[in-house]
Design a protein around this ligand. Structure first.
Ligand code: TRP
Length: 335
């Protein structure tokens, strides 16, 4: 079997938080150790402009995601870190792929429905076409494996659909079908204020999330103030049913320590939160504060980040260009 070609991306919107770290970045760091043809990690700024955004802050937001990638463990000697808009083949392929995408399929995308809300008529074409650009991100490298969370699985399926349409229409098995690498169920991090809501960068209370830029004191305070229930921790995983806040803190402990929730309960079953929370706070500080320290250091030298992004984007472009050329030829264009 040929080696994996791994790609994933994040949007440069607001700051990254613990959910992005445990749900995505930490897995990417592990994937770097596999025998792959390449690991590509992108910052998808063209996606970030599909909703109202701050033009004056876009560049800084791009640098901040890059800093989070690096501080979180993406090693630029093993992975390629690039900016989507710096590789114009993404947008060029996007256009070609629109001609292979049925609007009926885009109509079914739940993320569009969520983001457009009731006012679908006024939603931008970019927001609607967002999954086609995402397919281009993947196919322009003929990526074979894409680590994404549950919320992106439908988009991945569309990317496979588009790839299959191309292969069928042009009569050759050109694109491999990109597979989802599912990130584990335990990595879904919920709000510290409400165990039924995902931890989110847009939630109004900063106490609901741990940002990757939070310092040790802030991390510790947020964990200690996290919402819980009055009971002690159960010894059995079933005992977490209907206890979303308790389950979330156990999952966070498990994720940070790379162990199962069962193993956490083996250690802490029967313990009160007055004992578990300080242990979780210490663990979170130990694992996360080096990341925030490194991010702060990197963000004080944005020229260094720019140099890394420039080099990575050049490498990404070198991979994309020949593939784009082949697609162009297969589609019959004059050149
Ligand atoms: N839509 C993804 C998200 O919001 C980001 C993304 C864009 C992506 N292009 C991609 C993820 C390609 C994986 C592969 O999380």
């Amino acid at each position: 079997m040929s080696k994996k070609r791994i790609l994933s991306c994040m949007q440069p919107t607001n700051q990254l938080h613990l959910g992005n770290y445990l749900g995505a970045l930490k897995n990417w760091v592990k994937l770097q150790e596999e025998q792959c043809e390449f690991n590509l990690y992108g910052i998808v700024d063209l996606h970030a402009i599909t909703q109202p955004y701050d033009a004056a802050g876009l560049k800084a937001a791009t640098q901040e995601i890059a800093a989070a990638y690096i501080a979180g463990g993406i090693d630029v000697s093993k992975s390629i870190l690039f900016v989507q808009s710096a590789v114009p083949e993404h947008s060029q392929l996007n256009w070609l792929l629109t001609t292979m995408t049925q609007v009926g399929k885009l109509d079914r995308m739940t993320q569009f429905k969520d983001k457009a809300g009731k006012n679908k008529e006024k939603a931008g074409l970019g927001l609607y076409a967002y999954p086609v650009l995402m397919a281009a991100d993947i196919l322009v490298y003929k990526a074979t494996h894409v680590p994404v969370g549950d919320d992106q699985k439908q988009h991945l399926e569309l990317a496979r659909d588009i790839a299959a349409t191309f292969n069928h229409r042009y009569g050759q098995e050109y694109f491999p079908m990109p597979e989802t690498i599912a990130v584990g169920a335990g990595t879904r991090v919920m709000s510290l204020r409400d165990g039924a809501q995902k931890m989110s960068k847009s939630a109004e209370s900063d106490m609901s999330r741990i940002n990757l830029t939070d310092d040790a004191e802030t991390i510790s305070k947020k964990i200690k103030k996290a919402k819980t229930d009055p009971d002690a921790l159960p010894s059995d995983i079933k005992g977490l049913d209907n206890r979303p806040e308790a389950a979330n803190l156990v999952n966070i402990y498990a994720g940070l320590n790379d162990i199962s929730a069962e193993a956490v309960l083996k250690e802490f079953g029967g313990a009160e939160f007055s004992k578990f929370k300080p242990a979780l706070a210490d663990l979170a500080v130990a694992k996360l504060s080096p990341i925030s320290t490194e991010m702060t250091r990197l963000l004080n030298d944005r020229a260094e980040i720019d140099a890394i992004l420039r080099k990575g984007s050049e490498k990404a472009r070198a991979l994309a260009t020949p593939i784009y050329k082949e697609i162009f030829d297969i589609m019959g264009f004059w050149s």
